[in-house]
Design a protein around this ligand. Structure first.
Ligand SMILES: Nc1ncnc2c1ncn2[C@@H]1O[C@H](COP(=O)(O)OP(=O)(O)OP(=O)(O)O)[C@@H](O)[C@H]1O
Ligand SMILES: [Mg+2]
Length: 364
């Protein structure tokens, strides 16, 4: 549906988008996730035609809308794209219905058709009853729903979202992201969604594109990205992660699990990563803080578990859990987030355990 081939955008000598290649399928919701300044909005604005790229190609379905080589650059109104921004950009002097119908003025539609399409879009976002209200009298969440209705009303072939929920409080954000996802699925519309909120990305995406400095670092589904980040950057950007130095122990792989040697000399397992070197290769052994089990004796642990004898250095009560700072035998620090009923005092000896399937290997 959408294809970016080696998309580039420079501002003077600064490369905001270094090179981005991406295929987005029909009806798919793909998130661009990354830190401030990594080029998310610039990529989106290039797709919309609001920014002129400096290289590459953009395809929407079978139509090439931008090509540096062919010197082709279709204006935004010829791209049939709907966009929702962080700011709602609604006209205060128009009613809700007039705001939603406004972009339809450019299309060759009768007044009755414009009104019908606007009302349909307002019904989708649950705000048909507010049609004659001034947008200024509505809440932030309602205003953003109207902006979404406006984007939907023109029956675009692709929807672009640029941090649409950043101005809203946490609970409203969680509710609206669910609504956006529901509408997007129901209409089967293709969407690109920019955010720097990792939980938002995990919650709504079919696939997540992790970006850093104008480049794609990893593209994967939420589950794969969370459980198998491929680089230090991707690992640390999603959730809380411990990386411990280790080496490849031997080349034997059983049941998809390979063996690694910790700095203390113990053998631990993790899913095989075929692109890692042979025995002796240095790697980082990745462990998610929230997947660690903390126990006082190892008898209750399932066989095959990775186990680190540790000493408790610190415990912080967080309400829904306790965050422990632990020190391994070889002096590495481990952070573990465990349920609040596991109470251990600083200085206590314990074992940090994690299933090999839940670990991952980083090589950068
Ligand atoms: N018009 C412009 N002129 C010069 N530099 C620009 C322009 N627009 C963006 N940039 C730069 O390009 C880089 C990428 O900007 P972009 O807005 O795409 O980042 P972003 O990933 O959306 O970040 P954020 O999460 O803060 O919105 C930034 O360093 C920014 O300063
Ligand atoms: Mg941005």
């Amino acid at each position: 549906m959408l294809r970016l081939n080696n998309l580039q955008k420079s501002f003077g000598s600064f490369r905001a988008v270094e090179s981005v290649s991406l295929n987005v399928g029909e009806g798919e919701l793909v998130t661009l996730l990354g830190p401030s300044g990594c080029g998310k909005s610039t990529t989106l604005r290039c797709i919309a035609g609001l920014e002129g790229p400096t290289g590459g190609e953009i395809w929407l379905g079978d139509t090439c809308v931008y090509s540096a080589e062919k010197r082709l650059d279709l204006p935004p109104e010829k791209r049939r794209i709907g966009m929702v921004f962080q700011s709602y950009a609604l006209w205060p002097h128009m009613t809700v219905a007039e705001n939603v119908a406004y972009p339809l003025l450019r299309q060759k539609l009768s007044k009755a058709d414009r009104e019908a399409q606007a009302m349909q879009a307002l019904e989708l976002v649950g705000l048909a009853h507010a049609r004659d209200t001034s947008p200024g009298r509505l809440s932030g969440g309602q205003q953003q729903r109207i902006a979404l209705a406006r984007a939907l009303a023109s029956r675009c072939q692709i929807l672009l979202f640029d941090e649409p929920l950043s101005n809203l409080d946490v609970r409203l954000r969680e509710q609206l992201r669910g609504e956006i996802r529901e509408i997007q699925r129901r209409l089967g519309i293709t969407a690109i969604y920019v955010t720097h909120d990792q939980s938002e990305a995990l919650a709504i995406s079919d696939r997540i594109v992790v970006m850093d400095k104008g480049l794609i670092v990893q593209i994967d589904g939420p589950n794969e990205l969370y459980s198998r980040p491929r680089t230090r950057f991707a690992a640390s950007f999603l959730g809380s992660v411990n990386l411990l130095p280790a080496t490849v122990a031997d080349s034997g792989v059983t049941g998809g699990l390979a063996r690694y040697r910790t700095a203390a000399g113990a053998i631990v397992g993790a899913p095989e990563r075929p692109d890692v070197g042979g025995p002796g290769t240095a790697v980082q052994f990745g462990i998610r803080s929230e997947l660690i089990r903390l126990v006082e004796d190892t008898a209750s642990l399932p066989p095959g578990c990775n186990i680190w004898p540790v000493t408790v250095r610190d415990a912080v009560f967080l309400g829904e859990g306790i965050e422990y700072t632990l020190v391994t035998e070889d002096g590495q620090t481990l952070t573990a987030k465990v349920p609040p009923y596991i109470r251990l005092q600083p200085g206590a000896a314990a074992y940090a355990a994690i299933a090999p399937q839940d670990c991952f290997i980083i090589i950068d």
